[in-house]
Design a protein around this ligand. Structure first.
Ligand code: SF4
Length: 335
């Protein structure tokens, strides 16, 4: 591997065309049980500064496309390519409430039955509560909110800029407007104890999300969090497993095996709550019930595959490097 030097940022995203013609077989791209799916970016970057995040430094600054052009492109994808589901891959599509509203209005005006999924900050869901009916009309079925942690001190330490109260309120607001909520919860920011896992589980259950995406902290070479945590020990040497789904850093208080089972237990307990199961079986909205069933089916398959991998395909590192040394060993830019 040779790492190139940094490329200049693209100042105007609209000046570059999207290479949709490179997709040879659209049927290979499916999601949410809705048939053909596409991933689109309305914007790049993020104006926030969460310390662990690799996004805002990677993309340098928040840039966006013309909201009407993005809406027209989604409509074209539906009409010309049969796309029914769009995942907005933006780091933070709601950075500007005005532009977000313009995009939603333009998509409603296109009048296509495309369903959307997006990652949105819980604080923005609360801020934009008045836009939720418009979001629903534009086709939003599910919002992933990276709450990251349920511990107020850790939230402050990672500069998340949100509170546990807002996280809970965001789940409630989405439910009131018929949009599913998925919480992104990250373990490993601190060297958590058993007690931390217990209180996180209690808190997540209190939030009552429709879905939980439990992940492991995955450091980026350039993030502030990595610089501050350079002495943490790496337990996963295979770079292909640095994917948020594998534990990478050791904890002083719990073994990797204990952490793995605690995370798996958390996923199981949150999804097997009577309220969550009841929604899957009898959600009054037929479409949401269908989406939930699809999500549960695939989440369970992932859960099962990860347990299988942990038991039968989980090589341990021979010696432990620190995070700092791990990144030092990575390929350096070509001169
Ligand atoms: S975690 Fe989300 S809100 Fe925070 S800087 Fe990264 S993209 Fe922005």
């Amino acid at each position: 591997m040779v790492r190139n030097g940094e490329a200049p940022v693209i100042p105007k995203l609209d000046e570059f065309r999207i290479g949709w013609e490179l997709v040879a077989d659209w049927d290979l791209y499916q999601c949410f049980g809705l048939g053909r799916a596409a991933i689109i970016q309305f914007s790049r970057g993020c104006p926030h500064r969460c310390s662990y995040c690799g996004q805002y430094q990677f993309w340098s600054r928040w840039r966006y496309r013309d909201p009407r052009k993005v809406a027209a492109e989604i409509a074209w994808l539906h009409r010309a390519r049969g796309v029914n589901f769009v995942d907005l891959a933006d780091e933070n599509p709601t950075s500007s409430k005005r532009l977000w509203r313009e995009f939603l209005e333009a998509l409603v005006a296109e009048d296509v039955p495309v369903r959307l999924f997006a990652t949105i900050r819980a604080t923005d869901v609360v801020r934009d509560a008045d836009l939720l009916p418009l979001m629903k009309r534009a086709g939003m079925v599910c919002v992933l909110m990276g709450i990251e942690t349920t511990d107020p001190e850790t939230l402050a330490a990672i500069r998340k800029g949100s509170t546990t109260r807002e996280d809970q309120q965001a789940v409630r607001l989405l439910r009131q407007h018929g949009i599913l909520s998925m919480l992104g919860h990250i373990v490993g920011f601190e060297e958590e104890t058993l007690r931390d896992y217990r209180s996180a589980l209690r808190q997540v259950r209190l939030y009552d999300p429709d879905l939980l995406n439990a992940m492991y902290v995955t450091p980026h070479r350039w993030s502030d969090w990595t610089a501050e945590n350079g002495a943490r020990e790496v337990v996963q040497e295979d770079p292909s497993r640095w994917d948020y789904r594998h534990q990478l850093l050791a904890s002083r208080h719990l073994s990797p095996t204990a952490i793995f089972w605690l995370v798996k237990l958390m996923e199981l307990v949150v999804h097997a709550r009577p309220r969550a199961l009841w929604r899957v079986l009898a959600h009054p909205d037929r479409d949401l019930r269908k989406h939930l069933r699809w999500c549960f089916r695939y989440s369970f398959r992932v859960w099962r595959a990860e347990v299988f991998e942990f038991l039968f395909d989980n090589p341990r590192p021979r010696r432990r490097l620190t995070l700092k040394d791990w990144f030092r060993r990575a390929p350096q830019p070509a001169e």
